[in-house]
Design a protein around this ligand. Structure first.
Ligand SMILES: *[C@@H]1O[C@H](CO)[C@@H](O)[C@H](O)[C@H]1NC(C)=O
Ligand SMILES: *[C@@H]1O[C@H](CO)[C@@H](O)[C@H](O)[C@H]1NC(C)=O
Ligand SMILES: *[C@@H]1O[C@H](CO)[C@@H](O)[C@H](O)[C@H]1NC(C)=O
Ligand SMILES: *[C@@H]1O[C@H](CO)[C@@H](O)[C@H](O)[C@H]1NC(C)=O
Ligand SMILES: *[C@@H]1O[C@H](CO)[C@@H](O)[C@H](O)[C@H]1NC(C)=O
Length: 430
């Protein structure tokens, strides 16, 4: 009897144990504790993707690159033959896929898979972003020369992920002339068309590539607008008494930089005790000034300022004539002055419009205005197509007559502008 009872009791316990074990087995099914995060990483960095699993038991975790259908790791083993991939397990629930030095091809969905039956899996997305990069070989060179009034297209190409956006601005902050009417501080697009470019549009342009991934990059393109010299003479007739000092002025615009010099009749004027010459430059504008000291009879006559660059040569003419000595304190005296019409040979012409000058000093009325464009009512003397002036007056002939100080000026010009040769062969004539 007692034997029988014991056997029955034992069976009951065994069945209960089996049920308990079975229940436990059911509740110990593996499951994902968290989703795989979507991760964004810049090119070249390292990244870890976690797969968190509860109750893994004897099952194994595998990592797969979905897009490339590539098995990366199983359990603690790296399957793929790419040394940048590795896997680690924290001895609890987290399986980490490590990717070193992320490449663009690593972008995509990553699957964490368990070899249960049926299989269990979850995915997360790895975004690989690439900062913008300007492709120099497909973009405009960093210095470009163009003749005034021609059209030019500046191009910038950039890659990166996401695809970068390109915009243009001028380095000096001035507006960009898109066409004759629209002036904008910023212009969007790969190409910037500058139509009928003017000398005011000369300067450095920046193309800037952005895609939200730092760093933003830019390329600097210097646009040189070339034109033959232009001369503006504020006073073409200057009267001064003998024994005083007189100053005459010419304003020039030229690019490439011009050589500038003064002539009296047929003699080039050199800086010495008798003459002081000065040149003030501001971008493509130059203010030439000549002071003649202690005027004598043979100082009166026709002075010429000459400006010459690779695209041409222009001269302005100033007639210095004698007036009687002022008797008392300086008083404004009306004298006559004239200006030439554009393109006309600049031989002194009869007085045309009156100009007031100050007889005591004969200093220009112009001292404060050297950095500014000339007033609009000044007439311009531009002779771009002018033939090089006759035989003995060509450049080489001048050089023969230059003495040391003038050669210094030429040497400085040479240092600043390089050899005096056309640095750029114009595509077409003006
Ligand atoms: C990851 O992005 C996908 C869509 O691309 C989304 O369905 C999923 O919920 C995201 N996962 C997480 C953890 O945010
Ligand atoms: C420059 O562009 C303007 C406007 O598009 C056009 O009218 C002109 O003919 C072009 N000039 C040259 C030299 O190509
Ligand atoms: C540029 O143009 C805008 C209008 O488009 C104007 O408000 C601004 O003053 C201009 N800036 C310069 C420096 O000319
Ligand atoms: C700029 O000029 C090029 C040709 O040089 C032309 O193909 C392009 O359409 C122009 N772009 C704009 C915005 O005018
Ligand atoms: C002319 O200039 C010289 C030297 O610059 C100066 O010594 C002289 O006083 C000036 N003469 C007159 C009349 O201003």
């Amino acid at each position: 009897m007692a034997d029988n009872y014991r056997r029955r009791r034992y069976l009951t316990i065994t069945v209960l144990q089996i049920i308990t074990i079975m229940c436990q087995a059911l509740s110990d099914q593996p499951m994902f504790a968290e989703p795989i995060p979507n991760v964004t990483v810049p090119l070249g960095r390292d990244v870890n993707l976690p797969c968190v699993v509860e109750n893994l038991g004897d099952y194994k975790v595998a990592w797969i690159h979905v897009g490339r259908q590539m098995l990366l790791t199983i359990h603690k083993h790296v399957v793929v033959k790419i040394p940048r991939f590795s896997v680690s397990h924290d001895n609890q629930k987290t399986w980490l896929l490590h990717i070193n030095n992320v490449h663009e091809e690593d972008r995509g969905y990553y699957m964490c898979q368990l070899n249960t039956n049926p299989m269990m899996s979850q995915v997360g997305f790895l975004q690989v972003v690439v900062p913008p990069n300007i492709l120099d070989s497909l973009s405009t060179e960093s210095t470009i020369a163009v003749r005034e009034n021609q059209n030019i297209t500046l191009t910038c190409k950039a890659d990166g992920y996401p695809t970068p956006k390109l915009m243009w601005k001028r380095e000096d902050g001035q507006n960009i002339s898109i066409n004759r009417h629209d002036r904008v501080p910023l212009y969007d697009g790969e190409q910037l068309n500058l139509t009928r470019i003017t000398r005011n549009e000369m300067g450095a342009y920046l193309c800037i590539a952005t895609n939200g991934v730092p760093p933003t990059v830019s390329k600097r393109i210097t646009v040189d607008v070339e034109f033959s010299p232009l001369i503006m003479v504020p006073n073409q007739l200057v009267g001064a008494p003998a024994g005083t000092n007189a100053t005459i002025d010419c304003h020039t615009e030229a690019h490439p930089r011009a050589m500038s010099y003064w002539f009296l009749k047929d003699e080039m004027i050199l800086s010495n005790e008798k003459y002081t010459t000065s040149i003030m430059e501001n971008s493509y504008r130059t203010h030439m000034r000549l002071t003649i000291k202690n005027l004598q009879a043979d100082d009166f006559g026709n002075y010429r300022c000459i400006s010459k660059n690779s695209l041409g040569e222009t001269e302005g003419s100033i007639r210095l004539y004698e007036i009687p000595k002022p008797s008392a304190a300086p008083k404004a005296t009306e004298i006559k002055s004239s200006a030439n019409k554009e393109g006309r040979p600049s031989t002194p012409s009869p007085a045309k419009r009156p100009t007031t000058v100050w007889p005591s000093s004969y200093n220009p009325y112009y001292t404060k205005r050297t950095e500014r464009p000339p007033p609009p009512n000044e007439e311009r003397v531009e002779r771009p197509e002018q033939k090089l002036r006759g035989g003995q007056s060509t450049g080489s002939a001048y050089i023969i007559r230059w003495s040391a100080p003038q050669l210094m000026v030429v040497a400085v010009q040479y240092i600043l502008t390089g050899p005096y040769m056309p640095p750029y062969v114009p595509q077409t004539a003006n």
